[in-house]
Design a protein around this ligand. Structure first.
Ligand code: NAP
Length: 266
């Protein structure tokens, strides 16, 4: 359990949900963690929990849409921990709205957090990694980069952009020994998804009806894949977006598995 011994990882949006699960996994593998999140209270609680696990952890309050704050976060991390080995570009937002009604402000905010923020975090941290001989970046995309959820146009567009960003930066920065990949999670019941459910923008029965494994994903399942992608077990994987979604992206129709159950004669 020491695959990240003496390494330093930044997790954006790491105070809760998928990001916090990744932070816990990396901490359990020996990494020092900087939680970089817009929420101060949640970040303090996350750091407390990581320290209780015995990890070296700190937080930095940041809005990743502000590039100056990204530079400050990068400096804070190198001043505090001496280096950066891993960046998890996890912070993301969504706001359901029919595309016909979407405002410019909402479109801009989602793009600024999900794409611009992720790009400039990668660039700022990538410059440090390059100087230090390399590193790994994992960005959290979404199943919505391929499987569309109506009413979430800017989210789907931004996550498809993350897949493209992963491919282009993966190709450009491999020569600096910076290995870049992305994870496209399926449906995980975090606060982001709970908000969508409470607004009736998404529906639990519909979600389960298109899931070959017929259940929600777990944050830990995404964290396990993130661990693999930053480990030495994946050194030939570059620029890829890996779908971790229980088979949702195979594209089965709602309730399609009923046919198999009803006609399976074995
Ligand atoms: P979450 O529980 O809402 O966690 C995201 C964290 O990022 C929150 O603490 C959020 O703070 C923070 N954040 C938002 N905007 C930020 C900003 N500008 N700067 C810094 N931090 C910011 O969401 P999650 O479900 O764990 O999602 C994590 C990532 O996985 C996201 O990129 C999401 O798109 C992706 N994803 C999630 C699912 C899923 O089913 N949950 C599926 C596919 C992909 P606030 O709470 O204040 O916004």
């Amino acid at each position: 359990m020491n695959r990240l011994k003496d390494q330093v990882a930044i997790v954006t949006g790491g105070s809760q949900g998928i990001g916090f699960a990744i932070a816990k996994k990396f901490a359990a593998e020996g990494a020092s963690i900087l939680i970089a999140d817009i929420m101060e209270k949640g970040s303090l609680a996350a750091v407390k929990a990581l320290r209780e696990m015995g990890a070296n952890a700190d937080h930095f309050v940041i809005d990743i849409t502000n590039v100056e704050e990204i530079y400050e976060m990068t400096k804070y991390c190198t001043d505090k921990f001496g280096k950066i080995d891993v960046l998890v570009n996890n912070a993301g937002i969504q706001k359901p709205c029919p595309s016909m009604n979407l405002s410019e402000d909402d479109f801009d905010r989602i793009m600024d957090v999900n794409i611009k923020g992720a790009f400039f975090c990668a660039q700022a941290v990538g410059r440090v990694m390059r100087k230090n001989g390399g590193g790994r970046i994992v960005s959290i995309s979404s199943g919505n980069s391929r499987m569309m959820s109506v009413g979430r146009a800017p989210y789907c567009i931004s996550k498809a952009g993350i897949n493209a960003m992963t491919a282009i930066l993966g190709a450009e920065w491999a020569m600096y020994n910076i290995r870049i990949n992305a994870i496209a999670p399926g449906w995980i019941k975090t606060s982001m998804v709970e908000r969508g459910l409470s607004l009736n923008a998404i529906n639990e029965a519909q979600i389960l009806s298109i899931s070959p494994v017929e259940r929600w994903g777990k944050e830990e399942e995404i964290a396990d894949l993130a661990m693999y992608l930053v480990s030495d077990e994946s050194t030939y994987i570059v620029g890829q977006t890996i779908f971790c979604d229980g088979g949702w992206s195979t594209g089965i129709l709602p309730n399609a598995l009923d046919y198999i159950r009803e006609n399976d004669k074995m």
